[in-house]
Design a protein around this ligand. Structure first.
Ligand SMILES: [Zn+2]
Length: 137
């Protein structure tokens, strides 16, 4: 539940009123079957929405979903750079594959909701290579 509303099944979300990230267990299990990087990607995307919620409104653009992907890349690669997180062999390919699945043709997204798989991966990579500041230029 978030602000009196029940979350959609088979999705993950950031709840602004409660300031927490949550996820559906089935979504995590089915994604994990493709590789553990899935879990990191989904949670870091929602983490990106939590970051957006802390920003002044003027910094939050209509392209909020792609920006959350950019921040997800900044969070994961930043964590790798400072040693908090270690990428295993195959994780980066799993991330590429995950974007193929969660691009706008996924059943829980409508066209235009999140961007195409190519747009999402490109934006995620920009955050990963250049850091969070690059997500706001
Ligand atoms: Zn989102």
């Amino acid at each position: 539940m978030c602000g009196g509303e029940r979350f959609e099944p088979d999705n993950a979300a950031y709840c602004p009123s409660g300031d927490f990230v949550t996820r559906d267990a089935h979504l995590m299990r089915s994604g994990y079957a493709r590789g553990d990087a899935w879990v990191y990607l989904v949670i870091s995307h929602e983490w990106g929405h939590a970051v957006q919620n802390r920003l002044r409104r003027g910094l939050v653009s209509p392209a909020a979903e792609l920006r959350a992907d950019c921040l997800a890349g900044a969070a994961l690669y930043g964590s790798s750079d400072d040693g908090t997180l270690r990428f295993e062999d195959g994780d980066e390919q799993e991330l590429v594959d995950a974007f193929e699945v969660i691009g706008d043709r996924a059943p829980w997204t409508r066209p235009g909701d999140h961007g195409s798989a190519v747009q999402r991966l490109r934006t995620f990579s920009r955050g990963g290579e250049k850091g969070a500041r690059a997500c706001f230029t």
